[in-house]
Write a protein that binds this ligand. Sequence first.
Ligand code: GMT
Length: 372
Amino acid sequence: MIAIGITCYHTFGGSGIIATEIGLELARRGHRVHFICAEPPARLPDDAENVSFHEVTIRDYPLLLEGQYPLALASRMVEVAEKEKLDLWHVHYALPHATSAYLARQILGARSPRVVTTLHGTDITLVGNDPSYLPITRLSIEQSDGVTAPSQYLARATVENFGITRPIEVIPNFIDTERFQPAPHGEGAVPLLVHSSNFRPLKRLDDVVEVFARVRARGPARLALIGDGPERPRLEAQVKARGLDADITFLGEQLDFVATLQAADLFLLPSETESFGLSALEALSCGVPVVASRVGGVPEVVREGEDGFLLPVGDVEAMAAAARRIVDDQALHRRLSAAARAGAVGRFSRAPMVTRYEKFYESVLRSSPSRS
Ligand code: GMT
């Protein structure tokens, strides 16, 4: 059995969800799992067996500029590793978690746990490769003992953006297909479109609303928006100003939104960039077809014409036409929906993916440390 320290962002977001799900499944398999995070991850239950939570506390001091989290995290990682005799740290999102792991390992030297880093998205494509962080992100990735990415796209982007030559293991994100499963809902009801995200600009919320407005102009439809984030106030004002508020519901952050997905006829994901698109997979697993932009790793999740449609970023007219077609053509909807569910179960079930992580950990623990 392996003693693992997992670090992730605790907020709603794909990387935290995947980190939590990996930890919980490993704990069910008898491994000892220690979450080392600023706060308990959103989907972490209090009472899971073999699971402990270790809070990272950041001390304020007037002299220090903001941003002491990476240092406080590194110190906490050291403390937990020594106390709990960790074999391995698995950090999610390179920035700054892989950097904290690098620092922690320097402190512990030969006694250090091995480091596995899972890259997730903007740590590679947007922030981590900004000149202000690039050298430290590159070093931290290179110095990890094992590196994984959820899509071939992100593995390639890491090589291109950072000039990294070390191997990157692609282990796709996964879904609990028992929890996210289809439920019958009444045919003939007003079609429901759903979008869920953390409402950041790269999610292109304006496109979500514009696609919906065009779908609505051609027939009855409703839109449910799950999540919260910086774009929400502006978007709510826009929806009101356009007179769309009767048909668009802002549901906010939800711990359990399966019922909303189950009631949906279609999921919209018109993002600017997306390394994987876990929210699309959640929809597919509930048998909900997806209309998304053809970017990043999305084509590795949503199969064009099979369980959804992929259109160029910003092509709101093509997205609206595809969406209206799906909600109006019941035979097409049934075909896409069945393929969506079958694809999620066949390609992205949780157990085989967590087994791949387990095997990856074992290979990292067998290999000699990558260290300078
Ligand atoms: O990278 C981010 O901006 C945040 C991150 C998150 O925590 O949700 O999202 C990324 O990781 C998810 C889990 O692997 C992927 O499903 C998302 O596609 C990816 N986001 C982007 O690439 C923008």
